[in-house]
Design a protein around this ligand. Structure first.
Ligand SMILES: Cc1ncc(COP(=O)(O)O)c(C=O)c1O
Length: 457
């Protein structure tokens, strides 16, 4: 059989609310033309993020009832620890309330002002945490990552020559660690090959610099490696994931992605002294080391989620169902990034809204039009998120990609939801010149996309 079906059936449903176009026009204007400021109840299909939006399994919900809420040494922690350790293999397993807390703790333990943290491409919260430590977050993606049409299978890779040059130039004193993000969320959910990761590891070792992984989507990466990298077809996603972690000194993870969690994160590492520093800061800011800002019930759900995520039937369906959206949008002429990502399809804002200039935020304007026209919420990863004015000249610089990410929550929407999305996007593309550009009304200095407000130009 060619048809790939959902490897689950639905036991609990949640209604979604239908709204009229005129109502949505009013709602988005009241939200300052920022989809993050909408009430979720006013959204029909929510593709803002795949983070924390998964449907938990019956086993996870049963685990919730078994949560041990003891302050210290809870049974749920030990279950969590053993589930993480089984896959990651590291000695120290430290829960946090979400991914950015793990990033902050890692930066707090290892990064000093004036240092540089290179990587394939840092996610926005990672970048913000590195910068908040007074260091520079340096993105070194491969050249193919900027070519939206290239079919290169591992666009998440780091540029090894650029990494070598950076490590040689600045050395161990200035580089606390290298960080590889798998899959590469800011660059289209594209995978990192193990060949690339291994080479990055060898380079880092040559300069005695540790290497960490931001592994929010490690299972999706494992599936891509299995499909695309020579020598991995016969390996299980579990074996591939084990190999991934064996190539690093530790990992930070937002468990709101590939652990099917609605909340949660972890920092896992091998080194005793670093773990000690992380735990000290954890107690100060997150909680006791056996709960790290989470409830026992969350730890249970995450432990079980990690057991489920590497299931081959799930991963086959997950990657195929995302590609289904990409393929149908492509057939409808909508410009999307290729190859299709694991957790999301990325629409090229600049090509979709070719009538808008960078200052008018083509990608962001498209995301606003998607809400007004279709009731669908999506997230711009482009000019608003990464564009910034030069502090001296005031001249704006823009990122090389201005994308709109259609992130697909795990196990939540069915094929007909996606068919509605594709049909609506095709119609919107046909009258794309009607999409109005926007400009900032208020722009906060840090992570502006979350709270900025806009007005039409
Ligand atoms: C690659 C990556 N790293 C880190 C984070 C931050 O995780 P959290 O939202 O749990 O703080 C995200 C969230 O989207 C992510 O995609």
């Amino acid at each position: 059989m060619k048809t790939i079906i959902e490897p689950f059936r639905i036991k609990v449903v949640e209604p979604i609310r239908f709204t009229e176009r005129a109502e949505r026009e009013r709602l988005i204007a009241a939200a300052g033309y920022n989809p993050f400021r909408l009430h979720a109840d006013d959204v029909l299909i929510d593709l803002l993020t795949d983070s924390g939006t998964a449907a938990m399994s019956a086993r996870q919900w049963a685990g919730v009832m078994e949560g041990d809420e003891s302050y210290a040494g809870a049974r749920s922690f030990f279950r969590f620890e053993s589930s993480v350790r089984r896959i990651f293999g590291y000695k120290h397993v430290i829960p946090t309330h979400q991914g950015r807390a793990a990033e902050r703790l890692l930066c707090n333990a290892l990064v000093r002002p004036g240092q540089i943290v290179p990587g394939n491409t840092h996610f926005d919260t990672t970048r913000a945490n590195i910068e908040a430590s007074g260091a520079v977050a340096l993105d070194l993606p491969v050249a193919e990552a900027s070519d939206l049409d290239s079919d290169f299978p591992f666009k998440g890779n780091v540029d090894l020559a650029a990494l070598e040059e950076t490590l040689a130039r600045h050395g161990r004193e200035k580089i606390p660690f290298v960080l590889m993000t798998v899959t590469n969320n800011s660059r289209g959910g594209q995978p990192v090959s193990h060949e690339n990761l291994r080479a990055a590891r060898q380079l880092a070792e040559r300069f005695s610099i540790p290497l960490f992984i931001d592994c929010a989507r490690f299972a999706e990466n494992a599936w891509f490696v299995k499909q695309r990298e020579p020598g991995y077809a016969e390996k299980s996603p579990f074996e591939i994931a084990r190999e991934l972690f064996s190539l690093a000194d530790g990992a930070v993870m937002s468990m709101k992605k590939d652990a099917f969690g609605n909340i949660g994160g972890v920092i896992a590492l091998e080194d005793d002294a670093w773990a000690e520093k992380v735990r000290t800061n954890l107690i100060l800011t997150e909680g006791f080391p056996t709960y790290g800002g989470l409830a026992g019930r969350d730890l249970e759900a995450l432990a079980i989620g990690l057991e489920e995520i590497l299931d081959e039937d799930y991963l086959r369906y997950r990657i195929a169902s995302t590609a289904y959206v990409g393929r149908h949008l492509t057939e409808a002429g909508v410009p999307v990034l290729k190859p299709y990502g694991g957790h999301a399809i990325y629409v090229d804002g600049r090509r979709f809204c070719a009538h808008l200039r960078d200052e008018q935020f083509p990608g962001w304007s498209l995301s606003v039009a998607m809400y007004t026209e279709l009731g669908v919420r999506a997230c711009e990863i482009g000019n608003v998120m990464f564009g910034h004015p030069d502090p001296d000249t005031g001249v704006w610089s823009w990122p090389d990609l201005d994308l709109v990410r259609l992130a697909i929550p795990r196990r939540v929407y069915t094929q007909s939801h996606m068919d509605y999305l594709v049909e609506g996007m095709a119609e919107l593309y046909a009258r794309r010149e009607t999409i109005r550009g926007l400009r900032f009304r208020e722009r906060p200095a840090v992570l502006p996309h979350f709270t900025a407000t806009f007005e039409p130009v």
